[in-house]
Ligand binder design. Structure first.
Ligand SMILES: *[C@@H]1O[C@H](CO)[C@@H](O)[C@H](O)[C@H]1NC(C)=O
Ligand SMILES: *[C@@H]1O[C@H](CO)[C@@H](O)[C@H](O)[C@H]1NC(C)=O
Ligand SMILES: *[C@@H]1O[C@H](CO)[C@@H](O)[C@H](O)[C@H]1NC(C)=O
Ligand SMILES: *[C@@H]1O[C@H](CO)[C@@H](O)[C@H](O)[C@H]1NC(C)=O
Ligand SMILES: *[C@@H]1O[C@H](CO)[C@@H](O)[C@H](O)[C@H]1NC(C)=O
Ligand SMILES: *[C@@H]1O[C@H](CO)[C@@H](O)[C@H](O)[C@H]1NC(C)=O
Length: 447
């Protein structure tokens, strides 16, 4: 009998598969709700109307959720934030990036800059003459600006800036490259000694104080470099103040006081708006401060004044490139954040969907109950077709099988339990005659 049952079950499933359609349950003659065999409406508690309605609701919800999830997934998939090499792409294609030849980060944005002394005020020949007559076997002195002249406070020396006020604990790296930019004297210690000697004779020369400052910059001593620059600022005439302001600006920039360096270099630009070096220095400072708009303007000004200033041209393009790159990466970051949030939401919804789906299945009757229900249903259907009450049903042939199909009005789902039994009719039914006969027999012998 078990074999019989199994055989029946199999043959029925094969037929059933072909006619799955959209109908899931019927109401029997006695007003019982009778689901189809593998329908989600084949419930553990087949006569529990509330459970049935909940199952219906769940099915609709799951379907809607699935649609929503699919749409969401498509949207996320189409989002243009998947570019993994955005940086490389921009560097290779953007015209500013290609003109810059290398990324902004590869430029030395702390490069030393010097505004030359007015030519007739240089100590070149005087130094050479003095050195020629000097005994080179003595111990070289270092320029000592503090010892040369006291300067507690100066109106001109930007004393309010942290970098100047706290000069005793400012540190900077040595500017070795500055050596040949400021003097032709090969031995930097001899240079220092000469500055020291000349300061002994003139302790009010702003040029000597700037030279002393350069000496200390080359040695990376910020404290002494600032002391000397303060005195240079105090003594220099207004028309040459840009020389010392660029000097002090460089020191502060190297001491990581770049905001203050910008203030000082702005003062230099005010005094000497036609000096390309001033704009160039300010461009570097703003680039370090990540103010790329201002940096680009400074480099552009520098190029306007001196079109062959290739370092300014390259840096202009590098800053423009970097600005675009940062904006693109920022936009990608925001988009990725959004995508991430959406993916998390999607994940949550998907879990909910899985749970609901599980619930939907768990509310289904176990196979043996389904089979029992099925048998009752088939029997009922045959009774109905025999006594003519299945007038909504019609027979047709499909794949060599006779199929009985019955119509049903779905809107009656939501009606009250009383109406339910009256209005619900047979859903689609499927069988071939042989299977029906076998089943009937099966049921009889089994039951
Ligand atoms: C400069 O001279 C002062 C005294 O006037 C001294 O304290 C200081 O150490 C000297 N600095 C250098 C670098 O020699
Ligand atoms: C500065 O030099 C002058 C003479 O050149 C001298 O009278 C004065 O004392 C010096 N000042 C200091 C602080 O050494
Ligand atoms: C420098 O040192 C002084 C104390 O000597 C301190 O008050 C100040 O905060 C320091 N400044 C910096 C920039 O470290
Ligand atoms: C010191 O140098 C300044 C500026 O270079 C100059 O004006 C002044 O005359 C010099 N003083 C002496 C005593 O040489
Ligand atoms: C700078 O020179 C002074 C002497 O004038 C010394 O005391 C100080 O340690 C030096 N600072 C650095 C950073 O070398
Ligand atoms: C830079 O300039 C662009 C337009 O040229 C503007 O949208 C942006 O806000 C500016 N950024 C800053 C930091 O000023």
């Amino acid at each position: 009998m078990a074999l019989n049952f199994f055989h029946y079950f199999l043959s029925f499933l094969i037929i059933f598969k072909e006619c799955r359609a959209s109908t899931h349950w019927i109401v029997t003659e006695e007003g019982k709700i009778q689901p189809q065999l593998d329908s989600i409406y084949s419930l553990k508690r087949p006569y529990d109307l509330v459970a049935l309605m909940q199952q219906e609701e769940r099915a609709v919800q799951i379907e809607q959720l699935k649609e929503k999830l699919m749409q969401q997934k498509e949207e996320i998939d189409q989002r243009e934030d998947k570019e993994t090499n955005l940086e490389g792409k921009i560097y290779a294609t953007d015209e500013d990036c290609t003109a810059a030849e290398k990324p902004l980060t590869d430029f030395d944005l702390h490069a030393s800059t010097v505004v030359p002394f007015p030519i007739y005020k240089e100590f070149g020949d005087e130094f050479t003459d003095f050195a020629d007559k000097m005994d080179m076997n003595i111990e070289f002195q270092k320029p000592n600006c503090t010892a040369a002249v006291d300067l507690d406070f100066s109106m001109h020396a930007f004393e309010h800036l942290t970098g100047v006020r706290d000069r005793n604990n400012m540190t900077m790296p040595p500017e070795v490259g500055l050596h040949h930019a400021v003097t032709t004297v090969e031995d930097i210690e001899l240079y220092g000694h000469l500055v020291h000697e000349f300061l002994q004779r003139n302790n009010t020369s702003w040029i000597l104080f700037d030279m002393a400052s350069y000496y200390w910059r080359i040695h990376g001593n910020a404290t002494n470099a600032i002391e000397c620059a303060r005195r240079a600022l105090h003594h220099s005439p207004r028309e040459y103040k840009d020389v010392t302001l660029i000097n002090l600006g460089n020191i502060l920039h190297l001491c990581h006081q770049s905001e203050e360096a910008a203030i000082v270099v702005h003062a230099a630009v005010d005094i000497s708006p036609d000096n390309a070096i001033c704009h160039f220095t300010l461009g570097n400072i703003y680039a370090v401060l990540a103010d790329y708009n201002k940096s680009a303007i400074c480099f552009a000004n520098s190029v306007k004044i001196q079109p062959d200033f290739s370092q300014a041209v390259l840096r202009y393009h590098a800053v423009m490139c970097h600005n675009k790159l940062e904006k693109a990466l920022e936009a990608q970051h925001i988009s990725l954040q959004r995508t991430l949030e959406e993916l998390r939401e999607y994940q949550k919804q998907h879990e909910f969907w899985l749970k609901q789906h599980e619930k939907l299945l768990s509310e289904q009757a176990p196979p043996e109950v389904k089979l029992e229900q099925r048998l009752e249903y088939e029997e009922q259907k045959i009774r109905e077709s025999l006594d003519g009450r299945g007038q909504d049903c019609f027979q047709f042939e499909q794949n060599g099988h006779m199929v009985l199909s019955c119509n049903m009005r779905r809107e009656s789902y939501a009606q009250s339990p009383l109406d339910l039994s009256l209005n619900l009719q047979l859903l689609q039914a499927v069988e071939n005659k042989a299977a029906a006969a076998k089943k009937k027999e099966c049921h009889r012998t089994g039951g």
